[in-house]
Design a protein around this ligand. Structure first.
Ligand code: TYC
Length: 119
């Protein structure tokens, strides 16, 4: 953006009106302070003895947008270790993915479990 307001009176950092207490609350945007990045949550899948491997791979492809080889590697890691990370998201997206996993598994009568955990 060329010629953004920057000097005195332009609304930029040197504008005396910006810190005028009588104008408190007028600004729609934060003037100072740290940027708050949203917290991130791992979506964990848990191993069980009944859910078919192929179903877990398809679910990792469809719900977590993994390619076939990565989906297979994640599924095998879960199968061998007991749990694994399917993806990392903001809280609302992570919770939506957990619900989608449980819905897909329940529809087919599989006991597959998922959960969200703060990173
Ligand atoms: N252990 C399952 C089987 O042998 C496969 C499986 C993998 C199940 C990952 C769940 O999250 C899971 N059929």
């Amino acid at each position: 953006m060329p010629n953004a307001p920057s000097g005195p009176g332009g609304g930029g950092p040197l504008d005396p009106a910006r810190d005028d207490p009588r104008r408190e609350g007028e600004l729609a945007t934060r003037v100072r302070g740290k940027v708050q990045r949203p917290a991130r949550f791992k979506v964990l899948l848990y191993n069980d003895d009944y859910t078919p491997m192929e179903f877990v791979v398809i679910l990792l492809e469809k719900i977590f947008a993994k390619g076939p080889s990565e989906a297979t590697a994640i599924m095998l890691a879960i199968h061998n270790s007991g749990l694994g990370v399917a993806g990392v998201y903001t809280l609302d997206i992570a919770e939506t993915k957990v619900v989608a996993v449980h819905k897909a598994a329940e529809q087919r009568g599989y006991p597959l479990r998922a959960g969200a955990e703060k990173e």
